[in-house]
Design a binder for this molecule. Sequence first.
Ligand code: DHB
Length: 391
Amino acid sequence: MTTTVRTRVAIVGAGPAGLLLSHLLDQAGIDSVVIDRRSRDEIESTIRAGILEQGTVELLDTIGEASRARTVGHRHDGIELRVEGEGHRIDFAETVGRAVWLYPQHEVLKDLIAARLAAGQDLRFGVTAEGIDDADRPRVIARDAEGNPFEIEAEFVVGSDGSRSVARATVTGSSTGGYFREYPFAWFGILCEAPPSSAELIYSTSPEGFALVSQRSDTVQRMYFQCDPDTDTTAYSEEQLWDELQKRVPGTTLKKGRIFQRDVLRFRSFVAHELRRGRVALVGDAAHTVPPTGAKGMNLAIADVRLLAAALGALLIDGDERLLDAYPETASRRIWKAQHFSWWMTSLLHVAPDATDFDRRRRLGELRTVVESEHGRAFLAEAYCGWPFDA
Ligand code: DHB
Protein backbone atom coordinates (compact mmCIF):
# COMPACT_ATOMS: atom_id res chain seq x y z
CA MET A 1 0.00 0.00 0.00
CA THR A 2 1.40 3.37 -1.02
CA THR A 3 1.30 6.06 1.64
CA THR A 4 0.59 9.48 0.11
CA VAL A 5 1.21 12.76 1.91
CA ARG A 6 0.05 16.08 0.54
CA THR A 7 1.89 19.34 1.08
CA ARG A 8 2.57 22.59 -0.74
CA VAL A 9 6.29 22.05 -1.44
CA ALA A 10 8.08 18.69 -1.53
CA ILE A 11 11.78 19.04 -0.83
CA VAL A 12 14.01 16.15 -1.86
CA GLY A 13 17.24 16.28 0.14
CA ALA A 14 17.92 17.43 3.71
CA GLY A 15 21.26 19.10 3.13
CA PRO A 16 21.81 22.77 3.98
CA ALA A 17 19.79 23.90 0.94
CA GLY A 18 16.71 21.74 1.55
CA LEU A 19 16.60 22.40 5.27
CA LEU A 20 17.07 26.15 4.96
CA LEU A 21 14.43 26.28 2.23
CA SER A 22 11.92 24.54 4.51
CA HIS A 23 12.66 27.17 7.16
CA LEU A 24 12.23 30.14 4.81
CA LEU A 25 9.01 28.69 3.40
CA ASP A 26 7.71 28.11 6.92
CA GLN A 27 8.45 31.77 7.75
CA ALA A 28 6.26 32.69 4.77
CA GLY A 29 3.50 30.36 6.01
CA ILE A 30 4.10 27.66 3.38
CA ASP A 31 4.11 24.00 4.46
CA SER A 32 6.65 21.56 3.11
CA VAL A 33 7.79 17.98 3.54
CA VAL A 34 11.52 17.23 3.45
CA ILE A 35 12.87 13.76 2.73
CA ASP A 36 16.40 12.37 2.60
CA ARG A 37 17.64 8.86 1.86
CA ARG A 38 20.32 9.19 4.54
CA SER A 39 19.90 8.80 8.29
CA ARG A 40 20.07 11.85 10.54
CA ASP A 41 23.33 10.55 11.94
CA GLU A 42 24.90 10.17 8.48
CA ILE A 43 23.88 13.71 7.51
CA GLU A 44 25.23 15.17 10.74
CA SER A 45 28.58 13.41 10.56
CA THR A 46 29.63 13.85 6.92
CA ILE A 47 32.75 16.03 6.86
CA ARG A 48 32.58 18.90 4.37
CA ALA A 49 34.06 22.39 4.05
CA GLY A 50 34.20 24.92 6.82
CA ILE A 51 33.88 28.46 5.49
CA LEU A 52 30.63 30.47 5.58
CA GLU A 53 30.24 33.70 3.64
CA GLN A 54 28.91 36.65 5.60
CA GLY A 55 25.59 36.49 3.71
CA THR A 56 25.25 32.80 4.59
CA VAL A 57 25.75 33.56 8.29
CA GLU A 58 23.19 36.37 8.08
CA LEU A 59 20.60 34.07 6.52
CA LEU A 60 21.34 31.40 9.14
CA ASP A 61 20.73 34.06 11.80
CA THR A 62 17.04 33.84 10.84
CA ILE A 63 16.81 30.44 12.59
CA GLY A 64 17.62 32.31 15.80
CA GLU A 65 19.90 30.99 18.53
CA ALA A 66 19.84 27.55 16.95
CA SER A 67 22.48 28.89 14.58
CA ARG A 68 25.79 28.61 16.40
CA ALA A 69 27.83 30.01 13.51
CA ARG A 70 28.58 33.20 15.45
CA THR A 71 28.87 31.66 18.92
CA VAL A 72 30.79 28.46 18.21
CA GLY A 73 32.26 29.47 14.83
CA HIS A 74 35.02 32.00 14.42
CA ARG A 75 35.06 35.15 12.35
CA HIS A 76 38.02 35.44 10.00
CA ASP A 77 38.99 38.84 8.68
CA GLY A 78 41.59 37.61 6.25
CA ILE A 79 43.51 34.72 4.73
CA GLU A 80 47.11 34.29 3.77
CA LEU A 81 48.29 33.38 0.29
CA ARG A 82 51.71 31.77 0.67
CA VAL A 83 53.61 32.00 -2.61
CA GLU A 84 56.67 29.71 -2.59
CA GLY A 85 57.30 30.55 1.05
CA GLU A 86 56.43 34.26 0.78
CA GLY A 87 53.35 35.25 2.81
CA HIS A 88 50.75 37.76 1.57
CA ARG A 89 47.76 38.58 3.73
CA ILE A 90 44.45 39.36 2.06
CA ASP A 91 42.70 41.64 4.53
CA PHE A 92 38.94 41.29 4.06
CA ALA A 93 38.01 44.03 6.51
CA GLU A 94 40.29 46.56 4.81
CA THR A 95 39.50 45.62 1.21
CA VAL A 96 35.76 44.88 1.25
CA GLY A 97 34.59 45.50 4.83
CA ARG A 98 33.24 41.97 5.08
CA ALA A 99 34.28 38.69 6.74
CA VAL A 100 33.79 34.93 6.65
CA TRP A 101 33.07 32.47 9.46
CA LEU A 102 34.90 29.23 10.04
CA TYR A 103 32.11 26.86 11.02
CA PRO A 104 31.93 23.34 9.57
CA GLN A 105 29.03 22.36 7.33
CA HIS A 106 28.01 19.37 9.49
CA GLU A 107 27.56 21.77 12.42
CA VAL A 108 25.32 23.93 10.23
CA LEU A 109 23.33 20.78 9.48
CA LYS A 110 23.00 19.91 13.18
CA ASP A 111 21.70 23.43 13.83
CA LEU A 112 19.24 23.36 10.95
CA ILE A 113 17.90 19.87 11.74
CA ALA A 114 17.40 20.78 15.41
CA ALA A 115 15.65 24.04 14.46
CA ARG A 116 13.38 22.39 11.89
CA LEU A 117 12.36 19.55 14.20
CA ALA A 118 11.69 22.03 17.01
CA ALA A 119 9.44 23.98 14.63
CA GLY A 120 7.42 20.83 13.83
CA GLN A 121 8.76 20.36 10.31
CA ASP A 122 7.73 17.14 8.57
CA LEU A 123 11.30 15.88 8.00
CA ARG A 124 11.80 12.23 7.13
CA PHE A 125 15.12 10.41 7.07
CA GLY A 126 15.79 7.11 5.31
CA VAL A 127 13.26 7.93 2.56
CA THR A 128 14.65 7.43 -0.96
CA ALA A 129 13.24 9.37 -3.90
CA GLU A 130 13.03 7.14 -6.97
CA GLY A 131 11.56 9.60 -9.41
CA ILE A 132 9.46 12.72 -9.87
CA ASP A 133 6.27 12.94 -11.85
CA ASP A 134 6.35 16.51 -13.18
CA ALA A 135 2.65 16.98 -13.76
CA ASP A 136 0.75 20.19 -12.93
CA ARG A 137 0.51 18.76 -9.47
CA PRO A 138 3.90 17.06 -9.25
CA ARG A 139 4.58 13.95 -7.18
CA VAL A 140 7.70 12.54 -5.62
CA ILE A 141 7.75 8.76 -5.86
CA ALA A 142 9.79 7.32 -3.01
CA ARG A 143 10.38 4.42 -0.66
CA ASP A 144 10.54 4.65 3.09
CA ALA A 145 13.21 3.08 5.31
CA GLU A 146 11.32 -0.25 5.34
CA GLY A 147 11.10 -0.31 1.53
CA ASN A 148 7.40 0.58 1.44
CA PRO A 149 6.17 2.82 -1.40
CA PHE A 150 5.68 6.43 -0.35
CA GLU A 151 4.53 9.45 -2.36
CA ILE A 152 4.42 13.17 -1.81
CA GLU A 153 1.90 15.15 -3.81
CA ALA A 154 2.67 18.86 -3.89
CA GLU A 155 2.24 22.13 -5.73
CA PHE A 156 5.98 22.34 -6.31
CA VAL A 157 8.99 19.99 -5.98
CA VAL A 158 12.50 21.15 -5.18
CA GLY A 159 15.53 18.93 -5.85
CA SER A 160 18.14 19.69 -3.21
CA ASP A 161 19.39 16.12 -3.41
CA GLY A 162 23.07 16.69 -4.05
CA SER A 163 25.46 15.80 -6.82
CA ARG A 164 23.82 12.40 -7.48
CA SER A 165 20.42 14.06 -7.79
CA VAL A 166 17.33 12.10 -8.80
CA ALA A 167 15.46 15.36 -9.44
CA ARG A 168 18.03 16.47 -12.02
CA ALA A 169 16.84 13.91 -14.58
CA THR A 170 13.32 15.34 -14.38
CA VAL A 171 14.54 18.89 -14.92
CA THR A 172 17.23 18.40 -17.54
CA GLY A 173 16.06 15.17 -19.19
CA SER A 174 19.28 13.41 -18.15
CA SER A 175 20.99 12.71 -14.84
CA THR A 176 24.32 14.01 -16.16
CA GLY A 177 23.28 16.75 -18.61
CA GLY A 178 25.26 19.89 -17.94
CA TYR A 179 28.42 21.92 -18.43
CA PHE A 180 31.26 19.88 -16.98
CA ARG A 181 34.97 20.06 -16.28
CA GLU A 182 37.35 17.73 -14.47
CA TYR A 183 40.74 18.57 -13.00
CA PRO A 184 43.91 16.48 -12.98
CA PHE A 185 44.33 16.72 -9.19
CA ALA A 186 42.47 16.24 -5.93
CA TRP A 187 42.89 17.14 -2.25
CA PHE A 188 43.98 14.76 0.42
CA GLY A 189 42.15 16.01 3.53
CA ILE A 190 43.01 15.22 7.12
CA LEU A 191 41.60 16.01 10.53
CA CYS A 192 44.13 15.90 13.33
CA GLU A 193 44.38 16.48 17.05
CA ALA A 194 46.74 19.44 17.26
CA PRO A 195 46.73 23.13 18.14
CA PRO A 196 46.33 25.59 15.23
CA SER A 197 49.48 26.14 13.17
CA SER A 198 48.30 29.62 12.20
CA ALA A 199 45.67 32.11 13.35
CA GLU A 200 44.23 32.41 9.84
CA LEU A 201 43.91 30.02 6.91
CA ILE A 202 47.00 29.59 4.75
CA TYR A 203 46.56 28.81 1.05
CA SER A 204 50.08 27.77 0.12
CA THR A 205 51.46 27.11 -3.35
CA SER A 206 54.94 25.70 -3.80
CA PRO A 207 56.82 23.72 -6.47
CA GLU A 208 55.65 20.60 -4.59
CA GLY A 209 52.00 21.56 -5.10
CA PHE A 210 49.25 23.16 -3.05
CA ALA A 211 48.31 22.85 0.62
CA LEU A 212 45.62 24.49 2.73
CA VAL A 213 46.08 24.92 6.45
CA SER A 214 42.59 25.27 7.90
CA GLN A 215 41.19 24.78 11.37
CA ARG A 216 38.29 23.35 13.30
CA SER A 217 38.91 24.30 16.95
CA ASP A 218 41.70 24.91 19.47
CA THR A 219 42.42 21.19 19.51
CA VAL A 220 41.34 19.90 16.07
CA GLN A 221 42.73 21.05 12.72
CA ARG A 222 41.73 20.47 9.10
CA MET A 223 44.42 20.43 6.40
CA TYR A 224 44.56 19.46 2.76
CA PHE A 225 47.30 18.85 0.25
CA GLN A 226 47.20 18.46 -3.51
CA CYS A 227 47.36 14.85 -4.65
CA ASP A 228 46.61 12.62 -7.62
CA PRO A 229 42.83 11.95 -7.96
CA ASP A 230 43.42 8.19 -7.74
CA THR A 231 45.25 8.38 -4.41
CA ASP A 232 44.15 5.77 -1.88
CA THR A 233 43.51 7.20 1.60
CA THR A 234 45.62 4.40 3.09
CA ALA A 235 48.55 5.11 0.76
CA TYR A 236 50.43 7.18 3.34
CA SER A 237 51.59 6.56 6.89
CA GLU A 238 50.92 9.39 9.36
CA GLU A 239 54.53 10.46 9.13
CA GLN A 240 54.37 10.54 5.32
CA LEU A 241 51.20 12.64 5.47
CA TRP A 242 52.94 15.20 7.65
CA ASP A 243 55.91 15.21 5.24
CA GLU A 244 53.60 15.73 2.25
CA LEU A 245 51.84 18.61 4.01
CA GLN A 246 54.96 20.22 5.42
CA LYS A 247 56.86 20.33 2.13
CA ARG A 248 53.96 22.27 0.57
CA VAL A 249 53.93 24.92 3.32
CA PRO A 250 57.45 26.39 3.37
CA GLY A 251 57.77 29.13 5.97
CA THR A 252 55.64 27.54 8.71
CA THR A 253 56.46 24.57 10.89
CA LEU A 254 53.19 22.70 11.13
CA LYS A 255 52.03 21.59 14.58
CA LYS A 256 51.51 17.86 14.31
CA GLY A 257 49.18 15.50 16.14
CA ARG A 258 47.25 12.27 15.69
CA ILE A 259 45.49 12.10 12.32
CA PHE A 260 42.02 10.61 12.89
CA GLN A 261 40.28 11.19 9.57
CA ARG A 262 41.43 11.04 5.95
CA ASP A 263 39.56 11.64 2.72
CA VAL A 264 40.27 12.38 -0.95
CA LEU A 265 38.21 15.14 -2.56
CA ARG A 266 37.91 15.04 -6.34
CA PHE A 267 37.78 18.31 -8.25
CA ARG A 268 34.86 18.89 -10.60
CA SER A 269 33.01 21.86 -12.04
CA PHE A 270 29.44 21.23 -13.17
CA VAL A 271 26.34 23.29 -13.97
CA ALA A 272 23.11 21.59 -15.06
CA HIS A 273 21.79 22.75 -18.43
CA GLU A 274 18.42 23.57 -16.85
CA LEU A 275 17.52 24.64 -13.33
CA ARG A 276 13.75 24.46 -13.63
CA ARG A 277 11.13 22.60 -15.57
CA GLY A 278 7.48 23.36 -14.90
CA ARG A 279 6.82 22.74 -11.23
CA VAL A 280 10.25 21.28 -10.40
CA ALA A 281 13.45 23.26 -9.66
CA LEU A 282 17.00 22.40 -8.65
CA VAL A 283 19.17 24.04 -5.98
CA GLY A 284 22.66 23.43 -4.58
CA ASP A 285 24.79 20.47 -5.66
CA ALA A 286 21.88 19.02 -7.64
CA ALA A 287 22.27 22.08 -9.89
CA HIS A 288 26.03 22.65 -9.72
CA THR A 289 29.35 21.52 -8.29
CA VAL A 290 32.50 23.55 -7.74
CA PRO A 291 36.02 22.39 -6.89
CA PRO A 292 36.66 22.95 -3.16
CA THR A 293 39.23 25.77 -3.38
CA GLY A 294 37.56 28.83 -1.88
CA ALA A 295 34.74 26.80 -0.24
CA LYS A 296 31.91 28.09 -2.40
CA GLY A 297 29.79 24.88 -2.51
CA MET A 298 27.46 25.34 0.44
CA ASN A 299 27.43 29.12 0.15
CA LEU A 300 26.22 28.87 -3.42
CA ALA A 301 23.52 26.39 -2.41
CA ILE A 302 22.29 28.84 0.22
CA ALA A 303 22.28 31.65 -2.36
CA ASP A 304 20.06 29.53 -4.67
CA VAL A 305 17.69 28.93 -1.78
CA ARG A 306 17.40 32.62 -1.01
CA LEU A 307 16.16 33.21 -4.57
CA LEU A 308 13.94 30.16 -4.81
CA ALA A 309 12.26 30.82 -1.44
CA ALA A 310 11.25 34.30 -2.63
CA ALA A 311 10.05 32.89 -5.97
CA LEU A 312 7.96 30.18 -4.30
CA GLY A 313 6.53 32.73 -1.88
CA ALA A 314 5.38 34.90 -4.80
CA LEU A 315 3.95 31.88 -6.63
CA LEU A 316 2.18 30.16 -3.76
CA ILE A 317 0.94 33.21 -1.90
CA ASP A 318 0.24 35.73 -4.69
CA GLY A 319 0.00 33.43 -7.70
CA ASP A 320 2.78 35.48 -9.31
CA GLU A 321 5.14 33.36 -11.45
CA ARG A 322 7.53 36.09 -12.51
CA LEU A 323 10.25 35.44 -9.93
CA LEU A 324 10.06 31.72 -10.62
CA ASP A 325 10.38 32.34 -14.36
CA ALA A 326 13.42 34.50 -13.63
CA TYR A 327 14.99 31.98 -11.19
CA PRO A 328 17.23 30.08 -13.67
CA GLU A 329 18.65 33.29 -15.12
CA THR A 330 19.05 35.10 -11.79
CA ALA A 331 20.61 32.08 -10.05
CA SER A 332 22.92 31.43 -13.02
CA ARG A 333 24.57 34.81 -12.66
CA ARG A 334 25.94 33.99 -9.23
CA ILE A 335 26.51 30.33 -10.14
CA TRP A 336 28.82 31.30 -12.99
CA LYS A 337 30.62 33.91 -10.91
CA ALA A 338 31.27 31.22 -8.31
CA GLN A 339 32.27 28.77 -11.05
CA HIS A 340 34.76 31.28 -12.33
CA PHE A 341 36.14 32.07 -8.87
CA SER A 342 36.49 28.41 -7.85
CA TRP A 343 38.17 27.50 -11.15
CA TRP A 344 40.40 30.58 -10.97
CA MET A 345 41.55 30.03 -7.40
CA THR A 346 42.16 26.37 -8.21
CA SER A 347 44.22 27.15 -11.31
CA LEU A 348 46.10 29.91 -9.53
CA LEU A 349 47.28 27.73 -6.64
CA HIS A 350 47.73 24.20 -7.98
CA VAL A 351 50.57 22.69 -9.97
CA ALA A 352 49.09 20.84 -12.95
CA PRO A 353 50.85 17.50 -13.54
CA ASP A 354 51.74 18.53 -17.10
CA ALA A 355 52.78 22.11 -16.21
CA THR A 356 55.85 23.39 -18.05
CA ASP A 357 58.36 25.75 -16.55
CA PHE A 358 56.66 28.51 -18.52
CA ASP A 359 53.32 27.63 -16.92
CA ARG A 360 54.82 27.78 -13.43
CA ARG A 361 56.40 31.19 -14.02
CA ARG A 362 53.23 32.54 -15.63
CA ARG A 363 51.23 31.36 -12.61
CA LEU A 364 53.64 33.09 -10.21
CA GLY A 365 53.28 36.23 -12.31
CA GLU A 366 49.51 36.00 -11.95
CA LEU A 367 49.78 35.45 -8.19
CA ARG A 368 51.99 38.51 -7.83
CA THR A 369 49.56 40.53 -9.94
CA VAL A 370 46.88 39.64 -7.38
CA VAL A 371 48.75 40.00 -4.09
CA GLU A 372 50.70 43.12 -4.99
CA SER A 373 47.69 45.09 -6.17
CA GLU A 374 44.93 46.64 -4.10
CA HIS A 375 42.46 45.76 -6.86
CA GLY A 376 43.72 42.18 -7.08
CA ARG A 377 43.38 41.68 -3.32
CA ALA A 378 39.93 43.29 -3.37
CA PHE A 379 38.79 41.03 -6.24
CA LEU A 380 39.81 37.95 -4.27
CA ALA A 381 38.36 39.24 -0.98
CA GLU A 382 35.01 40.17 -2.49
CA ALA A 383 34.55 36.77 -4.10
CA TYR A 384 35.80 34.90 -1.02
CA CYS A 385 33.48 36.74 1.37
CA GLY A 386 30.62 36.46 -1.13
CA TRP A 387 29.18 38.99 -3.54
CA PRO A 388 26.44 41.12 -2.00
CA PHE A 389 22.96 39.82 -2.71
CA ASP A 390 21.50 42.86 -4.35
CA ALA A 391 24.31 42.83 -6.94
C1 DHB B 1 38.02 24.62 4.12
C2 DHB B 1 37.75 24.09 2.87
C3 DHB B 1 37.97 24.84 1.74
O1 DHB B 1 37.71 24.32 0.52
C4 DHB B 1 38.46 26.12 1.84
O2 DHB B 1 38.68 26.82 0.70
C5 DHB B 1 38.70 26.66 3.07
C6 DHB B 1 38.48 25.91 4.22
C7 DHB B 1 37.81 23.80 5.34
O3 DHB B 1 37.31 22.67 5.23
O4 DHB B 1 38.16 24.26 6.44
